[in-house]
Unconditional design. Structure first.
Length: 103
């Protein structure tokens, strides 16, 4: 049981570190043009952390016959991995476009 949780716990720790880093950088760049890009990244990592927690909670209570549709469980699992990376990629693309205007 614990071995099955190691990848999910590792991913949750990485999401937490990325979220804290994005919000810390956003705090230091408050009021600049790039601050909202780091806010978007932080929110994306936070959403990933919350969705991963929801997936783990559903997985934990699934043996108790919790009536969660299988499609919802799979969708939450996919969103927990892909949504944060998509938001981070879009934020980085936006940062690159912003900086390319000034060089």
């Amino acid at each position: 049981m614990l071995v099955e949780l190691v990848p999910d716990i590792t991913l949750a720790v990485l999401y937490l570190l990325a979220c804290l880093a994005a919000f810390t950088i956003r705090g230091k760049l408050s009021g600049s043009l790039v601050a909202k890009r780091f806010t978007t990244m932080g929110v994306g990592w936070l959403l990933g952390l919350l969705l991963l927690g929801a997936r783990l909670a559903i997985e934990r209570y699934r043996p108790l016959k919790l009536h969660t549709p299988d499609i919802a469980y799979r969708a939450i699992g996919l969103l927990a991995i892909h949504l944060p990376m998509l938001l981070a990629a879009l934020s980085l693309i936006s940062l690159a476009a912003l900086y390319s205007r000034y060089t």
